[in-house]
Design a protein around this ligand. Structure first.
Ligand code: FES
Ligand code: FES
Length: 152
């Protein structure tokens, strides 16, 4: 089947199998490997992208379901060659260790800050509660998002 969607501001049309998950479409067909794939069972959250500006676990969405919608991945976070404050925060506050959970964490963080520019630590922890950091660096992730909030 043929599917058309917008990915990071550009319209994409591709031939796909109906059972293809969005995470695999992004990684394997579009080469957007910034979106990671950790479990396929909706547990880890490293696959989070935006679907119409809402963070979703892209292993829970069929690529066909994204047809006609706006998808944004971590590659689309920076704008005009300038890193997003969330990305800068993760650098400044050592928000990543191995980096595996980082793309999903950053997409959730940006969506949170767009709705709530000054979240409390509790609100940040709630927002990322569906995502796992195997390196257990939650304190620095929260600090990075707080840094982005104060820099925005
Ligand atoms: S790969 Fe999607 S939640 Fe783990
Ligand atoms: S930084 Fe390694 S899983 Fe989070």
């Amino acid at each position: 089947m043929k599917v058309t969607m917008t990915v990071n501001g550009e319209e994409v049309t591709a031939e796909i199998e109906g059972r293809l998950l969005l995470v695999h479409f992004l990684r394997d067909q579009l080469g957007l490997t910034g979106t990671h794939w950790g479990c396929d069972t909706s547990n880890c959250g490293t696959c989070v992208v935006w679907l119409d500006r809402e963070p979703v676990k892209s292993c829970t969405v069929l690529a066909a379901m994204a047809g006609g919608h706006d998808v944004r991945t971590v590659e689309g976070l920076e704008q005009g060659g300038e890193l997003d404050p969330v990305q800068k925060g993760f650098i400044a506050c050592h928000g990543l260790q191995c980096g595996f959970c980082t793309p999903g964490m950053m997409m959730t963080a940006r969506a949170l800050l767009d709705k709530n520019p000054d979240p409390s630590e509790g609100e940040i922890r709630e927002a990322i509660s569906g995502q796992i950091c195997r390196c257990t660096g939650y304190a620095t992730i929260v600090r990075s998002i707080r840094w982005a909030a104060s820099a925005s």
